[in-house]
Ligand binder design. Structure first.
Ligand code: DX5
Ligand code: ZN
Length: 216
């Protein structure tokens, strides 16, 4: 069996010492670092942009999984690639030219992903299944860490997986929002390849153990 990738979300880390948080995640065995970029327009919260990613980049060799929650991401995707992202994903709800934006990311030499909100049809992935490296199914409405996993998400994950498998595509299925050690096994069973976890890792008394429990 393929091992599940655990991607701690630094949104739940201490912003006054994000460098230390990224080093800590690297030392305790996280697989990826999930980086949530919010513009205060697409979602009602603000985080950080290129400069933060550029400055964090030299601190870890881990894969930087950049989740853009910004309107019209086509304007900025290349700059996120230049800042050190290994994968840039954006929301289908936020961009008119989805194909063109995926091409921009790819042509800049980066992996690309598409994200759907909990109330967006899973079918929205259909035209792009063989053009993306990652399909991210949001299991909360984006904007904040520490929310409760929306139960209907399990079915949506399964639909995305079967869509991917039927197409014979290689895109990884990622799940983001409210993932914890109690629901991780069900989410993996539904078809997730990657679990994003904010509070479940950063809020745990033993972060290393939390990552181990999420994986199994
Ligand atoms: C939500 C972000 C998530 C968030 C997950 O808008 O996209 O990545 O950090 O945090 P938890 O795991 O605490 O729900
Ligand atoms: Zn995220």
């Amino acid at each position: 069996m393929k091992q599940t990738i655990i991607a701690p979300s630094i949104l739940s880390g201490n912003f006054a010492s994000l460098g230390d948080e990224v080093r800590n995640m690297t030392e305790i065995g996280a697989d990826w670092i999930h980086v949530d970029v919010m513009d205060g327009v697409f979602v009602p919260n603000l985080t950080f942009g290129f400069k933060m990613i550029k400055d964090l980049r030299p601190l870890s060799k881990l894969f930087f999984d950049v989740h853009l929650m910004i309107t019209e991401p086509s304007r900025y995707v290349e700059r996120f690639v230049q800042s050190g992202a290994d994968l840039v994903s954006f929301h289908v709800e936020a961009e008119k030219d989805i194909s063109g934006t995926l091409d921009k990311i790819r042509n800049a030499g980066c992996k690309c992903g598409l994200v759907i909100n909990p109330d967006t049809p899973v079918d929205s992935f259909a035209p792009y299944v063989d053009k993306v490296d990652l399909m991210l199914v949001m299991s909360v409405f984006p904007g904040f860490g520490g929310q409760k996993f929306i139960d209907g998400s399990l079915e949506r994950i399964a639909v995305a997986k079967s869509m991917r498998d039927k197409a014979g595509a290689n895109a990884l299925i990622e799940v983001d929002g409210g993932v914890n050690v109690e629901n991780a096994a069900d989410i993996i069973a539904a078809g997730a390849d990657i679990l994003v976890a904010g509070n479940a890792v950063f809020g745990a008394p033993d972060r290393k153990e939390a990552i181990r429990l999420l994986r199994n």
